[in-house]
Design a protein around this ligand. Structure first.
Ligand SMILES: [Zn+2]
Length: 304
């Protein structure tokens, strides 16, 4: 089962709701968040948006309905002052520290059942000015966290393979989501720009002027970009990888779906767990110790 979220709290993006926020279900009148299990069975919890880890806990063992009700958790402060929490994480799985900055999609830990929990699940909540508000609009993209990913309704993304870092793109009246450092005030950009980072993040790409990073222009819908001149060929070669091969991730590479990866990923050696799907031969699943880490493109992996 799929959901219509544009932001995610699970690496698999297959959040399956098990208990809703209080206003939507009379059975959960006191429930201040949304509970999820992972429809893909991977159970890797990720940051919903960019922010800073405000606090976390990693040493609660087992179920505790009275004292440590949150269990092991991560609390993140986002740029607009909104907080998100991820509760009941597996003991010892929390892989971030207080004060650490995180990006949307960075791994926080593994789903568990510590604290006031009945069965393995993630409790996710959103706090604004001391009130636990409905998390749903934040997951669908209707509300934001003060990060550049705030977009009301991303349109259908173009094929990610068509857009690579350095590609020259022509834009005709593309609406601008967030002008970062540019003095440009217009809501619409036209002309020729370059793609700033590989892949598509929630249906959008970051564009820049020819001067590059220091003069970033902003984010536009991938669907509004027409590739004018590709800088590097799209990764179409058939994967020469087999299940069980050891690989490293190319520096700066994003996941298959365009999500940023945590920095440690670029130092680690992974096992290839799956090669290709019926739709794409270059789709490669990598992981560690039998756990899935990410779906990647073959071109972003080098054999060790
Ligand atoms: Zn809950």
């Amino acid at each position: 089962m799929s959901n219509n979220y544009t932001r995610h709290v699970l690496a698999s993006k297959k959040e399956q709701l098990t208990a809703d926020y209080k206003t939507r279900n009379p059975n959960y009148k006191t429930h201040k968040g949304m509970d999820f299990i992972d429809d893909a069975g991977k159970c890797i919890i990720v940051a919903v948006a960019d922010g800073t880890v405000e606090s976390c806990r990693n040493d609660v063992i087992g179920v505790d309905h009275t004292y440590n009700t949150a269990g092991n958790y991560v609390r993140i402060k986002h740029p607009n002052g909104t907080y998100t929490r991820y509760l009941h994480l597996k003991t010892g799985s929390v892989c971030v520290k207080a004060g650490q900055t995180v990006k949307a999609g960075d791994k926080l830990g593994i789903m568990g059942e510590t604290g006031d929990s009945y069965g393995v699940h993630l409790h996710f909540d959103v706090c604004v000015n001391g009130e636990y508000v409905d998390p749903l609009p934040y997951l669908t993209g209707a509300k934001g966290f003060g990060t550049s990913d705030h977009a009301p309704t991303p349109s259908a993304p173009a094929d990610p393979a068509d857009l690579r870092k350095g590609d020259k793109v022509a834009l005709s009246k593309a609406p601008l989501y967030a002008a970062s450092t540019s003095s440009k005030k217009a809501n619409t950009v036209t002309g020729t720009y370059y793609i700033h980072s590989d892949g598509i993040i929630n249906g959008r790409i970051r564009i820049t002027t020819p001067k590059g990073c220091a003069d970033c222009t902003g984010w536009v819908n991938a669907a509004d970009c027409k590739v004018d001149k590709p800088s590097n060929p799209a990764p179409t070669q058939t994967a020469a990888l087999k299940v069980g091969d050891k690989v490293r991730v190319r520096n700066g590479a994003l996941t298959y779906s365009g999500t940023r990866l945590a920095s440690w990923v670029y130092d680690a050696v992974f096992d290839v767990q799956q090669v290709g799907t019926s739709a794409d031969k270059d789709y490669i699943v990598i992981g560690l110790n039998g756990q899935v880490t990410a779906g990647m493109r073959a071109a972003d992996l080098s054999k060790v």
